[in-house]
Design a protein around this ligand. Structure first.
Ligand code: PEP
Ligand code: MN
Length: 336
């Protein structure tokens, strides 16, 4: 439930309510807005009938949150802006995360980083841990790859997003990156979610390829319930009966997730389509649907890529995508 304090509530009123809730065993999540304070309280709501919270000084109303996701819900908070250094996700500016599927070499990464930065990306992506469908396929450069990402940040000023796949590596990945990515296959890896919840770094949470919107939001709830409020949702396509493309981009999930939650939502048209030719049209559609940013795979030489070459844009096509995105952003009263 949420306890909405009235405009006139002072510090002492708020502290009294917090003390009361904590003494009853509720877990507290405080949202201190400019106008009013909202207290999210997670716990056994049957006890509430015995404590007249609404009679306490400064309390305007007590509202149960009906959805299974509480902290993620828009009832708890109107809108969240997730800050990554000086970048704001969920503000007026759209942010494009771009880079190779996997970090393959120093040359490949630095060349990509420099070109995507020049085209207007603000975040560099690149996988260092790449468990693949086949155990015989390239598995990623691991810590060596993380070091290269950090070097690319030094050289270009881009922020770094990279995937963490193993709860044992969360601290290691967080040491080198600005944003942690939880991949589609791990969206319901609850042990991983709990570890990432303990880290003070923003998270891109990809939607599982077979997850409903509600399951996706429940995964975000794990992160927030564990104390990490800086969650960026990422729609990356789901499995449907249609097999022509790698996945089916569920664009309607963008306005739906933004309606049900207060979190920023970005779209990954690369994994959604699996074919580079369709990345730009779906990127344009994502911005039109209200996405707060994009995640795009770019490789200097897609034909030689060790991973996801068919869906990777070359630098020239990425530059063209950025130019078109700027026009679409302007229509949506956003900027890139
Ligand atoms: C990725 O972004 O590198 C990736 C593996 O994506 P997904 O988890 O969406 O398949
Ligand atoms: Mn990929």
């Amino acid at each position: 439930m949420i306890v909405v304090m009235n405009n006139g509530a002072n510090r002492q009123d708020i502290d009294q309510v917090l003390d009361r809730l904590q003494s009853l065993g509720f877990k507290i999540h405080l949202s201190e807005g400019v106008e009013r304070t909202i207290i999210g309280a997670i716990g056994d709501k049957t006890i509430l009938n015995e404590v007249a919270l609404e009679a306490m000084p400064g309390v305007e109303k007590v509202v149960p949150i009906l959805q299974p996701y509480k902290l993620v819900s828009r009832e708890f908070k109107e809108h969240s802006v997730v800050k990554v250094g000086d970048l704001e996700f969920g503000g007026k500016a759209l942010h494009v995360m771009a880079g190779p599927c996997a970090v393959e070499s120093r040359e490949q990464l630095l060349e990509t980083a420099e070109s995507v930065a020049k085209s207007g990306a603000t975040v560099l992506r690149g996988g260092a841990f790449k468990p693949r469908t086949s155990p015989y396929a390239f598995q990623g450069m691991e810590e060596e790859g993380l070091k290269l990402l950090a070097e690319a940040r030094e050289k270009t000023g881009l922020k770094i997003v990279t995937e963490v796949v193993d709860p044992r590596n969360v601290e290691l990945v967080a040491r080198y990156s600005d944003i942690l990515q939880i991949g589609a296959r791990n969206m319901q890896n609850f042990f991983l979610l709990k570890e990432v919840a303990n880290i003070d770094k923003p998270v891109v949470l990809k939607r599982g390829q077979s997850a409903t919107v509600e399951e996706w939001l429940m995964a975000a709830e794990y992160l927030m319930a564990g104390g990490n409020y800086n969650v960026i949702l990422c729609e990356r396509g789901i499995r449907t009966f249609e097999t022509f493309l790698r996945n089916t981009l569920d664009l309607s999930a963008v306005p739906v997730a933004k309606n049900l939650s207060h979190l920023p939502v970005i779209v990954d048209p690369s994994h959604a389509t699996g074919k580079w030719q369709y990345v730009k049209p779906m990127a344009m559609a994502a911005i039109a649907a209200g996405a707060d940013g994009l995640l795009i795979e770019v490789h200097p030489n897609p034909a030689q890529a060790l991973c996801d070459g068919p869906q990777s844009l070359n630098p020239e096509n990425f530059d063209s995508l950025m130019n078109d995105i700027r026009k679409m952003a302007a229509i949506m009263d956003r900027s890139v």
